[in-house]
Write a protein that binds this ligand. Sequence first.
Ligand SMILES: [Fe+2]
Length: 174
Amino acid sequence: MKDVHELQSRRLNFILELLLEKTKEFADLNRDQPLEWSIMHMYSCSQLAKLLAIKRGLDQEIAGIAGAIHDLAIIETGIFKDHGPNGANLVRDFLKNYNKRFGDSYGFISDEEIELIVKATIHHSDKKQYSGDTFVELIKDVDSFDRYLHGKETYDFYVERTNRVLKDLNYPLL
Ligand SMILES: [Fe+2]
């Protein structure tokens, strides 16, 4: 049991370390959002994504990685506008580079898994739209739920998604 659990966290935990290092590289940028928020959001989204993935029968570690990395464009550019689509190449390059340098030690992320994470990154800001893609929708829901838990401003479309999570977890709705 312990080994299985470790296997479902090794890549994610190391990627979180790499991402934290990256935030230091870009710490001096003028930012649309405080870097502290990006760091908090990165960690909490990764854990919430795992939690919800278990409930929804999706791969918990890949969900955790997507939760951690979906705002990479904000970390690297400081710019909020279009950060989903602008994150596609950054996320793909980051994960391919991870494979090249650390895949042997921590486990490879397959091309299919990388593209799932890239797709979720591209579309995660389209909160008002519901696609048929369970993985993309999971990241949108988690992003909304995490903002709610952190007390960020809450629009109707975030509440709707937060309620989807609360419902899945058998918690009272907002
Ligand atoms: Fe975002």
